[in-house]
Design a binder for this molecule. Structure first.
Ligand SMILES: [Zn+2]
Length: 281
């Protein structure tokens, strides 16, 4: 599933192609994409709209359109936006034609991706506020903010980091990489981290995300750049998907465990296991 670095990669590739262009034609082939909005009315609104800016919040791509309208695109599991594909790709769900003759095609084999049209920045902000929390790589992403969110939480720190309503954009890959960089076991209770550990984790989340963006994202399954190319961050993983290999810091064998139902990769020497809590009195 594309995470923040993958979506940011798409944004950086798409923005120069889309900004200032007008959508002259759009065909929404899959009504699930706009649900609960009707595809016909979204098509009518987007036809003739100018794309002023392509932004991002968490894993959402935000197309700011003329007339104070915003198209909020989420790729979910397998969505991809292709710019000028040579032939009609399989699993095409939406086709956009631009006024300069170029085309953008949204493909999505598993069809979980969405395109939601909202009117006005207040509606945009309300939509996002219900779904995503603080944005890493911004000044708001502070140790104080994270500690406040985690106070009293007994959920494993990995589950806490994955919760999009708390921290936006971090998924399974970058959570594993950040916890390893910070030397924190994924099963530690979120509320039990010390201030120093939060500082390390905050910094490690940023470092992992920036490394992912630098490598233009990770392609494990379906993630593709707008020209169909693959990301390269999967070749630079420190622990994620490296079970049985040597830890890059200490040489101990990396293990795969399950945290909150997600495959999780850990060096249990660098990330010491939380002590078992004794049964209550
Ligand atoms: Zn290690």
């Amino acid at each position: 599933m594309p995470e923040l670095p993958e979506v940011e990669t798409i944004r950086r590739q798409l923005a120069p192609q889309l900004e200032g262009r007008t959508i002259v034609e759009i065909e929404i082939l899959d009504p699930r994409w706009t649900r609960p909005g009707a595809p016909g009315s979204v098509q009518d609104e987007l036809r003739g709209a100018r794309v002023d800016r392509v932004g991002r919040a968490g894993k959402y791509l935000i197309w700011a359109l003329s007339g104070e309208r915003y198209l909020l695109v989420h790729l979910r599991m397998t969505g991809a936006l292709l710019f000028d594909p040579a032939s009609e790709p399989s699993h095409t769900r939406v086709r956009f034609a631009l006024d300069d003759g170029h085309r953008v095609v949204y493909i999505d084999p598993r069809r979980f991706g969405t395109g939601h049209l909202v009117h006005g920045s207040a509606a945009r902000d309300a939509y996002l506020a219900q779904r995503i929390g603080i944005e890493p790589l911004t000044p708001e992403f502070t140790v104080e903010h994270l500690r406040r969110l985690a106070r009293g939480r007994r959920a494993p720190i990995k589950a806490f980091v994955l919760d999009q309503r708390r921290i936006a954009g971090v998924g399974n890959i970058y959570a594993d990489e950040a916890l390893f960089r910070a030397g924190i076991h994924p099963l530690r209770a979120a509320g039990s981290l010390t201030r120093a550990q939060w500082q390390r984790l905050r910094d490690a989340i940023e470092e992992s995300l920036l490394a992912g963006i630098e490598a233009k994202g990770a392609t494990i399954d379906d993630f593709r750049h707008v020209d169909g190319a693959r990301g390269s961050f999967q070749d630079r993983f420190l622990v994620h998907r490296r079970a049985g290999e040597a830890c890059p810091k200490c040489g101990t064998m990396i293990r795969k465990i399950v945290v909150g139902g997600r495959g999780t990769y850990v060096c249990e020497r660098c990330q010491s296991k939380p002590r078992q809590r004794r049964a209550g009195p």
